[in-house]
Design a protein around this ligand. Structure first.
Ligand SMILES: Cc1cc2nc3c(=O)[nH]c(=O)nc-3n(C[C@H](O)[C@H](O)[C@H](O)COP(=O)(O)OP(=O)(O)OC[C@H]3O[C@@H](n4cnc5c(N)ncnc54)[C@H](O)[C@@H]3O)c2cc1C
Length: 843
């Protein structure tokens, strides 16, 4: 059955095999690269060898009430897009106007002409805005008058805005990142509007040729000179945040790994060489940091793993993506940029996805359409219900599964046997998209990332995604087989223990999967803040498994990329429910069967031989009635992502009780020392390869921002971090001296009586339950001793304030001297804890 895309103005011009010309909105023509599917007609059958992989891949209204029909007339708007893709999403009701970019194309500035520069003739009829036009905007011919030039310009501004939207920028406002980076002196107003035009222009300019390094001078060429400062601001922002000049073209690679001038800004330890870790490490090196990557596995890529499959004689080979596989939306996708830079044309995953009944017959197309429409209507009903619920009681959540099943019963959907199987197939598809059982998904927020979804085709990377990984890992200082066991952090640095060694750094970037964090495989000392631990617990991390089978030849036909299989047992609806054909891209006749939902969990208990037999039975049930013999496989591989100790699952999802905010909380850094990246830290693009990529870029920029803050305003740093304030109380849990309500911390560097001490007085607050009020003061050690000899707190306080003239302050107002004393106290305690802060062997 063929499915169609939602209407997108103007119509796409992409062929079956799209080029890497990915991020350009549809109105840019993309050359068609016809590449016939490769079939291997030789039916040589050899004994399959099976691989069970445990690294994982490792090679190895209540029904009784009136039941209204799901009336189409009652629903405004078109039905949701009909696509059998990984994500069955984008429900028009739920796209909030405030979320993300909004999808309208608005001109961000009514007068773009004040930003661009024109030639003299172009300016002849232009309304005088009183500003000098210094540089010439270069663009192709154009014979119209100034009006048409202005309208051309307006169009171009719109196009550039569209490109920026596709990359994730809002159409008429700044992102949080931009605001944090102070890209303009004032939020709102003309400066901001001009900045947006300039930013969009620079972005679009680089995206028009992603192989080249765009310099600031290039960017300045077409912008009027008085906006030089805006160009500088936008250029630096885009460069540092990895929106331009990123990737793998020779020119860019050379610039990116050039040793920075001067001393490194700081040492950063990156934990994990998956997509997010690799991207972050490259960008950090470019930004001038000294970087080391610690990876537990013996290879880079993490959940991106391409397995080279072959027969005994190596005459049939194919590259199978056992983890991340499909580039889900190519517009603005950074991986599309990488493909373009590597000169690899991407393959569009075609939307034709026939569905087969258990007896092998094709599903009747009318019933197929009917159930799909009903399924989407059920989802729309759930959307409406949750909107109403969220307005009333924000904290109530139930599972998406429960909500859908309730509506299904109320509206008598799919009561017929075949319709029920079809509905189950759609549910399995959702369970695949979310790597979770319907019963675990949050009804309220399961699709919170929909508004941000990357547009455009879903694509395969020919040869597998490892091509990206290999190139990204090249020349990086990665230490393999270094499983990180603990991360100790304090105000003056971090200490990471891995594989019998201790690594000292200024900061650590943790990119391990949420599954690893949930299992507490890494001990954080001190413990991560409660808020983060709660988010780790709330968010879900689910399971998707695959069986990749290399056949001697392509017997299923090269004109489709997907087909589905229905089952009459709802409990096994996710078992091999969808097949991906990789014949067009893997280099050989490769089929991958997906196992989702409950079946994905049970699958890990099954023997691989049994699993592959089961897949073959299904294939035979589909193809034998058509007179097509299913040959013995050449090689098969079963994944076990749930048992993989470096991920403990496949990807994140929004579980009941969680929300999109939890992704943001996972992304929060701790004490300006411990940073987090990875797909589960990306609220907009979770569970994806591009989400992982973008999170790596985000954190590199974040680390730079923090490092800059330290060197520029060190005093502010300490008092702005709540963690450090909480940390002061922790230090006072083990004071050097106490008397009455007084506690004292001495300077650990000296026993000199003139050396400073930090004193804390705990004053009981009358109001019951209000606890203690703490006041602090800096005072020489000799006065502490005198004070300790006085009896009674009242007399001590009098002596302190009247005789010694010590100013008592709250925690927030501790002076810089007190902070530096605290730094020494903390580091001496950490040293006592970790013996030494240099790289050392602990085995
Ligand atoms: C079966 C499957 C199918 C998928 N399909 C798609 C798809 O079609 N499209 C898509 O966009 N995305 C897909 N994804 C998701 C995508 O692969 C991930 O979102 C992305 O690769 C995650 O990258 P990351 O850097 O966040 O994490 P990872 O790639 O998991 O990187 C984390 C790294 O940390 C390492 N590590 C873990 N613990 C330790 C430790 N204690 N010490 C040191 N190192 C450690 C790991 O070995 C790993 O290398 C799929 C994932 C799976 C599993």
């Amino acid at each position: 059955m063929e499915t169609t895309d939602p209407p997108q103005p103007p119509p796409p011009t992409v062929s079956d095999n799209v080029t890497g010309n990915d991020d350009i909105p549809n109105f840019y023509a993309t050359p068609n690269h016809s590449c016939l599917p490769k079939t291997i007609p030789e039916p040589s059958v050899s004994k399959p060898h099976l691989n069970d992989i445990s690294e994982p891949i490792n090679e190895s209204q209540p029904a009784s009430e009136a039941k209204p029909e799901l009336a189409p007339a009652a629903d405004p708007g078109p039905p949701p897009p009909k696509k059998r893709r990984r994500r069955k999403k984008l429900f028009t009701d739920m796209i909030s106007t405030s979320a993300g970019s909004g999808f309208r194309v608005l001109r961000p500035h009514p007068k773009p002409s004040t930003v661009y520069s024109y030639s003299e003739t172009e300016l002849a009829d232009e309304p005088d805005d009183g500003k000098p036009h210094i540089l010439h905007r270069r663009r192709g011919g154009g014979t119209g008058g100034s009006n048409s030039k202005l309208s051309d310009l307006a169009k171009e501004v719109d196009i550039e805005a569209l490109i920026a939207i596709s990359v994730g920028f809002p159409v008429d406002s700044l992102t949080e990142e931009e605001i944090e980076a102070n890209v303009v002196s004032q939020i709102g107003g003309d400066e901001q509007a001009n900045y947006i035009v300039v930013r969009n222009h620079i972005l679009a300019r680089w995206r028009s040729n992603v192989s080249l390094w765009l310099t600031k001078d290039h960017a300045l060429e077409s912008i009027r000179a008085e906006h030089k400062a805006l160009v500088s601001s936008a250029y630096n922002f885009l460069l540092h945040h990895g929106y331009i000049n990123f990737g793998l073209s020779p020119a860019i690679k050379e610039m990116k790994l050039k040793p920075p001038e001067g001393a490194p800004k700081a040492n950063v330890i990156v934990i994990g060489a998956g997509l997010s870790g690799l991207v972050a490490a490259r960008q950090l090196i470019f930004l001038g940091f000294k970087v080391v990557v610690l990876e537990g596995r013996a290879r880079p890529g993490g959940r991106v793993r391409t397995k080279k499959m072959s027969g005994d004689k190596d005459d049939i080979v194919a590259a199978a993506d056992l983890g991340g596989s499909v580039l889900t939306g190519i517009n603005g996708n950074p991986l599309g940029v990488l493909a373009r830079q590597l000169g690899v044309p991407l393959h569009k995953v075609r939307d034709i996805c026939p569905l087969y009944l258990p007896n092998g017959r094709t599903v009747n197309s009318d019933i197929d359409s009917k159930v799909e429409v009903s399924f989407n209507k059920l989802l729309d009903r759930v959307c409406k219900l949750r909107q109403a619920m969220l307005e009333e009681v924000r904290s109530v959540d139930v599972s998406l599964g429960t909500a859908l099943e309730t509506f299904r019963r109320v509206y008598n959907v799919a009561e017929d046997y075949q319709e029920r199987m079809l509905l189950d197939w759609h549910l399995a598809n959702l369970e695949y998209a979310n790597a979770s059982l319907m019963s675990n998904l949050s009804m309220s927020y399961w699709d919170q990332d929909d508004p941000y979804e990357m547009g455009g085709d879903h694509c395969f990377m020919p040869g597998g995604n490892e091509t990206f990984i290999r190139s990204l890992a090249e020349d990086l200082p990665i230490f393999y087989n270094r499983t990180v066991e603990s991360v100790r952090y304090a105000v003056d640095g971090v200490l990471v223990h891995a594989g019998g060694q201790a690594y000292r750094g200024d900061m650590v970037l943790c990119t391990v999967p949420l599954g690893v964090l949930k299992k507490e495989m890494i001990q954080f000392v001190p413990e991560l803040p409660q808020r983060k631990r709660d988010a780790i617990e709330r968010l879900g991390f689910g399971l998707l498994n695959k069986v990749a089978i290399l056949f001697p030849y392509d017997f299923w036909g090269g004109d489709i990329d997907t087909f589905g299989h229905l089952t009459d047992n709802p409990n096994t609806r996710g078992e091999f429910f969808l097949f991906y054909s990789y014949s067009s891209v893997a280099g050989g006749p490769l089929l991958v069967a997906l196992v989702a939902g409950e079946a994905a969990i049970k699958f890990e208990m099954m023997s691989p031989v049994e699993s592959v037999q089961r897949v073959l039975e299904i294939l035979k049930s589909i193809f034998s009635p058509k007179g097509i013999a299913v040959p013995d496989p050449v090689q098969a591989v079963c994944t076990r992502w749930g048992q993989d100790r470096f991920s403990y699952g496949s990807y994140s999802y929004v579980a009941i009780g969680a929300s999109g905010d939890d992704y943001d909380i996972l992304a929060e850094s701790v004490g300006d020392r411990v940073f987090f990246a990875g797909e589960a830290t990306n609220k907009q693009y979770p569970a994806t390869m591009h989400g992982a990529f973008l999170s790596g870029m985000r954190e590199a920029a974040n680390i730079l921002r923090v490092a800059k803050r330290w060197s520029m305003v060190p005093a502010e740093r300490s008092y702005s971090a709540t963690l450090e304030n909480e940390d002061i109380d922790e230090l006072f849990n083990a004071p050097d001296l106490t008397f009455g309500s007084f506690s004292v911390l001495f300077d650990p560097r000296s026993t000199d009586l003139e050396s400073n001490s930090l004193l804390r007085i705990a004053l009981k607050v009358e109001k019951s339950g209000a606890g203690c009020l703490h006041l602090y003061g800096l005072i020489p050690r000799k006065l502490v001793i005198e004070l300790s000899k006085v009896a009674g707190d009242l007399d001590r306080i009098n002596m302190l304030t009247r005789d010694f003239r010590v100013k008592l302050v709250g925690k927030q107002n501790l002076c810089y001297m007190a902070e530096s004393l605290l730094t020494f106290i903390r580091s001496s305690r950490l040293r006592a804890l970790a013996k030494d802060f240099v790289v050392e062997s602990t085995s």
